[in-house]
Design a protein around this ligand. Structure first.
Ligand code: LLP
Length: 445
């Protein structure tokens, strides 16, 4: 499975963006996150084109939580995408990277008063209200700052997408947003309409992530337009903007068949049009917030193989120099990945191995990978790690987080430095009484 600009070069090595990944591993060390810039940009363009060619008023935002760095934000801006953020940290990164605040939308199911104040002060384009108390809180912040704020109300349409339960977010029983059933969402819209400094602009939903079947997207679009009609009929308000979130799946392993962006756009825009027509509603501006489907396939993680341990008759463990600290997804969501032995990319995949990390856990990254004979020192390239890998990385077992390099046209540049061992201690403090050279230590026993 080769994705984006990946190809196998004359040395039989995996190349991305014209860079030999074995050379990248040597130059920048491993584990290493590699971002295929041209593929990421191409996907951004495809998304915009797919929606803009089918629908009159569209805005595509990159969902920053998938892979947020300052350089990634620059690309998002250059490609004319907006940004959705879900914390002060993401907001800060976007602003520092030079994105206009007006093109940033703030999400969050438990936004702190400080987050709201920072966002309002910065002048973010939209705040997506998640719950009733937030209406009052945001209204107060807006009064304090003497401004009015454009808001969306996050709705749980009651759609169950076929994906891992941890990433289903549109069910009635979700912690996100307000359910249509039972009236909570309508009540919240009513409160927003009554809040003097809040401008109700529209409604938002996000039903889940890594969704491979388009049916739930249609269901959600239909329910959201039905809800817009209900709001018009019962509260007399206009839903100018309809934000249908993200969620489109990507290829992780051979056999995954995500719908193409065109198929997805056709379905979503078609459903919204048809349903608006049915209700006699003017077409709302359509917002999209893809994360994974913009950046997932553009990322690859390079590891160096250390120990190869055969358990006769059971399996062969191939241990790499990273693991659940740089990719917690297999542990969290039973996520599956494919990988190429970068320095043996042309060799037949004649054996099966279990790729594990180096953590003090059974941190299997890939069970049953078809691979050539693997030896210590080989470079393993795990594919489709662009989304929710770097952004979910940790320092478990005090592993420094890997560097991120961006590759394009045979050029590789660091966009996030590798953490150092000293970085791991940067925030540690030892109170005086615990200093090892404290006078009288022996006497104190
Ligand atoms: N909009 C909102 C409000 C979201 O909550 C999300 C993702 C997105 C957009 C982007 O969804 P995407 O297009 O990336 O599916 N850590 C999990 C995924 C959590 C997704 C959370 N929300 C994982 O690694 O699978």
């Amino acid at each position: 499975m080769l994705l984006g600009t990946q190809r196998i070069n004359g040395n039989g090595a995996l190349e991305i963006g014209g860079c030999d990944t074995v050379d990248l591993a040597r130059e920048f060390g491993t584990p290493l996150y590699v971002l295929d810039e041209d593929y990421f940009r191409e996907t951004c363009r495809k998304y915009r084109a797919a929606f803009e060619s089918r629908y009159p008023k569209v805005e595509v935002s990159f969902s920053g939580k998938a892979f947020m760095t300052a350089a990634v934000c620059r690309i998002v801006d250059e490609e004319g995408l907006a940004l959705d953020v879900s914390s002060e940290g993401e907001l800060h990164t976007g602003l520092r990277a030079g994105l206009p605040a007006s093109r940033i939308l703030l999400h969050g199911s438990n936004k702190s008063p400080e987050e709201l104040a920072t966002a309002v002060e910065a002048g973010v384009g939209r705040v997506a209200i998640d719950n009733l108390p937030e209406v009052e809180r945001l209204q107060q912040v807006a009064v304090e700052k003497g401004v009015s704020v454009d808001v969306l109300v996050r709705v749980a349409p009651g759609v169950q997408a076929d994906t891992h339960t941890h990433i289903q977010t549109g069910k009635v029983a979700t912690k996100f947003g307000l359910a249509i059933v039972g009236g909570a969402a309508k009540e919240c819209v009513g409160e927003v309409l009554n809040a003097a400094n809040l401008n109700f602009r529209g409604i938002h939903c996000h039903i889940g992530s890594q969704i491979l079947d388009v049916a739930p997207f249609r269901e959600a679009a239909d329910m959201m337009v039905d809800f817009a009609a209900e709001l018009r009929d019962e509260l007399g308000c206009v839903v100018e903007e309809l934000d249908l979130g993200g969620g489109l799946g990507v290829h992780y392993v051979p056999g995954d068949e995500p719908p193409s962006v065109d198929e997805y756009a056709e379905l979503v825009t078609g459903s919204v049009r048809a349903r608006c027509e049915k209700h006699g509603l003017p077409l709302p501006r359509l917002l999209q917030e893809p994360g994974r489907s913009l950046v997932g396939e553009a990322g690859t993680t390079l590891y160096t193989v250390g120990v190869v341990k055969e358990i006769p008759g059971v399996c062969t463990y191939v241990s790499v120099d990273g693991g659940m600290s740089d990719n917690p997804r297999p542990a969290l969501y039973d996520a599956r990945y494919d990988a190429v032995v970068a320095n043996k990319a042309r060799e037949p995949r004649s054996t099966k191995v279990t790729v594990s990390g180096k953590h003090c856990e059974t941190d299997t990254l890939i069970a049953d990978l078809d691979a050539p004979e693997i030896a210590p020192g080989d470079i393993l390239a795990v594919q489709t790690t662009g989304a929710y890998n770097y952004s979910m990385a940790s320092n478990y077992n005090r592993l420094p987080r890997p560097a991120v390099v961006i590759v394009s046209r045979s050029r590789a540049e660091v966009i996030v430095e590798r953490e150092t061992l000293d970085d791991l201690l940067r925030l540690d403090r030892i109170p005086d009484r615990l200093q090892s050279n404290r006078p009288g230590r022996d006497a104190a026993g």
